[in-house]
Structures are given as structure tokens and as C-alpha cells.
Design a protein around this ligand. Structure first.
Ligand SMILES: [Zn+2]
Length: 214
């Protein structure tokens, strides 16, 4: 159900940010957090990525990096907003994204924490390729610079958090016959995504990439 991005025309009721894009809107429905078992293995990988510095927090206090798994259809469980700086997460730091709208840059989630502001990036990928079950999104300048345009890369002029980024990512994962797939986010400096069908393969691919630049 990917929408026609070429006919994208923001409507007046949407909140526009300074650069003219619709601001991310997260509607949180208070509910129980996803149960621990559902996120346990993903969370172990997330801890490992945090230890590599691929998930973390910048000196200005802004966190980076997030992980998710497909729940059912286009629903997914993702790490919550502002969790990048935390070494260990519990299930309370994860939330179920129940529905999302790429053009409106909005989503509805249920749990005890708002979804990561990069959740629509994940949603676009799940929507574009039904085989993808796990997405790991990390930030690393060396990784990003090394593999920019050497691996599938979204256009440099397409910035994070826009419908165009979602569209660009969707195109790349649709075209890719690699599993897991790696995507460099050209317009999202330091941003790299590895997504795949099996968690360990996906995580190991990311670690191998990271080790390749050490
Ligand atoms: Zn990012």
C-alpha cells in the first residue's frame, strides 16, 4: 500500500517544520509494553551494537541508533525515543507501532514510551519487502564514509524523516536480492541500515561491516 509519492502535497492541517516537511507525529496509546520474550534476542543484539558505539548518544545529548522486529504484517516493535544513551534496555523501552502513514509522517503506537522518531524509516522497509523481519539502524561516520555509494545508497539530497527517504529506502529493499541487505542513508550522515529475515545473520552482517573498517 505504498502511496504515490510523486503526488505528495502536504495539506494545511499538518504541522510543518522549518524546512517545509511535515513534522513527525507520534500518537502513543498507553498500554502494556511488549513482553520481554518478544524482544529478548533483539535486545541482546542492541546491547552488542551499543558496546561497539554503533548505537549511543552524541555530545549534545541526542541519541542515535534503533532496532526493530516485525510483529505482524506491517506492525513492528521498535526501541523507544531517547534510548540511544542507555546501555541496557528492558522491554519497557520498546513499543509496538500499530499503524503508520508515510505521507503524513505520523504513526500510532502502544506501550509506555513513544516510538523512535526514525520509526517511519523502519515502517517503509517492512512495507516494501515482506521478507524483512529485523532492522538494525546504526550511526557510524567511518562506516558511512567507507560504504557510501559502494553499497546501495539513498540519494544525498534526500534527508532523514521525509517521505522521500521512505520512498528511496523502499525502492532499494524492493530491488535488493540480498538477504540481509545493507543500505547507506546518503542524506542521513552516519546512518546505515542492515535488514534481513534472520536476526543473527542480520546482526553478524553489520558486525562484519564494522570490523571491515577497523
Ligand atoms: Zn539515524
Amino acid at each position: 500500500m505504498l502511496l504515490a509519492f510523486s503526488s505528495f502535497s502536504p495539506k494545511s492541517e499538518h504541522i510543518m517544520s522549518d524546512d517545509g516537511y511535515i513534522k513527525f507525529a507520534c500518537n502513543l496509546v498507553p498500554a502494556k509494553s511488549p513482553d520481554f520474550h518478544s524482544i529478548d534476542r533483539l535486545n541482546q543484539w542492541r546491547t552488542r551494537l551499543h558496546e561497539f558505539g554503533l548505537i549511543g548518544v552524541y555530545p549534545d545529548g541526542v541519541g542515535f541508533g534503533n532496532v526493530s522486529l516485525r510483529s505482524t504484517n506491517d506492525q513492528f516493535i521498535i526501541s523507544g525515543t531517547a534510548t540511544g544513551g542507555l546501555h541496557l534496555l528492558s522491554n519497557h523501552h520498546y513499543v509496538l507501532v500499530e499503524s503508520f502513514n508515510l505521507l503524513k509522517n505520523s504513526l500510532t503506537c502502544s506501550g509506555t514510551i513513544k516510538a523512535s522518531s526514525e520509526s517511519l524509516t523502519h515502517g517503509a522497509i517492512y512495507q516494501a519487502n515482506s521478507k524483512i523481519m529485523y532492522i538494525l539502524h546504526v550511526h557510524h561516520l567511518g562506516l558511512w564514509e567507507t560504504y557510501l555509494h559502494r553499497l546501495p545508497t539513498t540519494p544525498l539530497n534526500v534527508t532523514y524523516g521525509t517521505p522521500e527517504m521512505a520512498y528511496a529506502l523502499a525502492n532499494l529493499v524492493k530491488q535488493s536480492d540480498h538477504n540481509p541487505s545493507t543500505i547507506v542513508m546518503g542524506g542521513h550522515r552516519e546512518g546505515v541500515i542492515v535488514c534481513g529475515e534472520k536476526l543473527d545473520e542480520t546482526g553478524n552482517k553489520l558486525v562484519a561491516l564494522y570490523r571491515s573498517i577497523q
